[in-house]
Design a protein around this ligand. Structure first.
Ligand SMILES: [Mg+2]
Length: 406
């Protein structure tokens, strides 16, 4: 019986038969093309990869997370600035929510962990631990795709990243804790440090000042007036976070740009600074704010307000690479912190996939795949076993015995 559609007398069966021979050839060609098509391979491996385990390595004041998968790809994350024993236990507990999941669903897994328990979301223990897990997920995904993490974040917005400290860019610490006095000798101590740093870096160099929440707001206002001739790029951590009105008051009285953010977590703690217009530069720490996923979002919020980032970063090379990966991929970046002591400590058991040119203050973009950091487990164990460092609670007091911020 003739097919009603075949007016030229050619049946559908004839057509399918003819297509069979040609189609077979096309399928072979397609299969060969697919073999060479990285996108097809990525789709396949990304859909079948699963988290199969997570080892925790407590190394002195840090916890390193080693996330295992069914595809021989391992991701690493750094949990920082917590009681390390508590951070290790929380990491192990959170693994219950990760076991068997696809590690490339990073946003989904971030939400799954962050929103898992309504009463635990948002605090430093949850956010710092989640940051380490988030780093490991991005590391796995970058390794799976064979690209540095900044390529997954939209690609680099710059060829190199301005960093400090270098011989041309230096941040002056508060040099101590300050009672609420504003006495001239205390102001002078900070003024002299800023003046000497300006002389050292020269007129083409960068001077910053970190109040570290150790200088009372009233003293800071006096200090700001006294250091005007030295062109300070920003005053950092002018107050302990918690009351936006304090930042608004300082912004109204200090003409030097103000920066803050290292103690803040997630987009929800950063947005009031932008909304109130009382901070000029945001300083999220990738290991504190909730990881690469949150830091990128914080940068997007800041971009909408034309506020650049100057990321806080005191992590070892692993965390610093996570932060630099975000810094590479955002449009508004002022300068990025590095902590030479933490980098050198970490380099005892890991590599650092970027370098700094001290003369120009620029770091190279991190080289992947993933975060590009390999951990030497044997060396890590040696450092972990070294008894010379034991974590202890800081206990800072003023001369009268009262507790102080630092
Ligand atoms: Mg600071």
């Amino acid at each position: 019986m003739r097919d009603a559609s075949s007016a030229d007398g050619f049946t559908r069966r004839d057509l399918l038969g003819a297509m069979g021979a040609a189609g077979g050839m096309m399928l072979v060609q397609h299969a060969v093309a697919q073999e060479k098509n990285p996108a097809a391979q990525v789709a396949d491996s990304a859909s079948s990869i699963r988290i199969t385990g997570m080892k925790t390595h407590r190394v002195q004041h840090k916890v390193y997370l080693e996330m295992l998968t069914n595809q021989k790809i391992t991701g690493w994350g750094e949990v920082s600035a917590l009681v390390p024993t508590a951070a290790e236990e929380l990491s192990k507990s959170l693994f219950e929510l990760l076991d068997g999941e696809n590690p490339t669903r990073i946003e989904h897994l971030w939400q799954k962990l962050y929103r898992a328990h309504r009463d635990m979301r948002g605090g430093p223990f949850m956010c710092h631990t989640l940051a380490g897990i988030d780093m490991a997920l991005w590391d796995i995904t970058g390794k799976l795709w064979g690209v540095p993490v900044h390529r997954l974040l939209g690609g680099p917005c710059r060829d190199k990243i301005r960093v400090y400290p270098t011989s041309k860019a230096h941040k002056v610490p508060p040099h101590g804790i300050y009672p609420h006095s504003g006495n001239p000798n205390e102001i002078e101590r900070m003024v002299n440090a800023i003046k000497q740093t300006r002389e050292r870096v020269g007129p083409d160099g960068t001077v910053m000042f970190d109040a570290h929440c150790a200088v009372p707001p009233a003293t800071l206002i006096q200090l700001a007036a006294a250091v005007k001739p030295y062109d300070v790029l920003f005053f950092e951590e002018v107050a302990v976070p918690g009351n936006i009105e304090v930042f608004k008051r300082l912004k109204a009285q200090i003409s030097i740009p103000m920066a803050t953010g290292e103690r803040d977590h997630t987009i929800w703690e950063f947005i009031p600074y932008l909304h109130e217009g009382c901070i000029d530069i945001l300083q999220p720490d990738v290991a504190h704010c909730g990881g690469i996923t949150q830091m990128k979002k914080i940068a997007v919020l800041a971009e909408a307000y034309h506020v650049p980032l100057a990321p806080h970063c005191t992590t070892s090379p692993l965390g610093a690479t996570a932060s630099l990966s975000v810094a590479a991929s955002i449009p508004f970046l002022l300068i990025h912190e590095t902590a030479p002591g933490s980098l050198q400590w970490g380099e005892q058991f890991m590599n650092r996939p970027w370098t700094v040119d001290d003369k120009t203050s620029y770091a190279t973009l991190p080289e992947g795949p993933g975060l590009g950091v390999q951990i030497d487990i044997e060396k890590l164990k040696q450092i972990a076993a070294d008894p010379k460092y034991k974590w202890a609670w800081p206990r800072l007091t003023l001369p009268d015995g009262s507790v102080t911020d630092y």
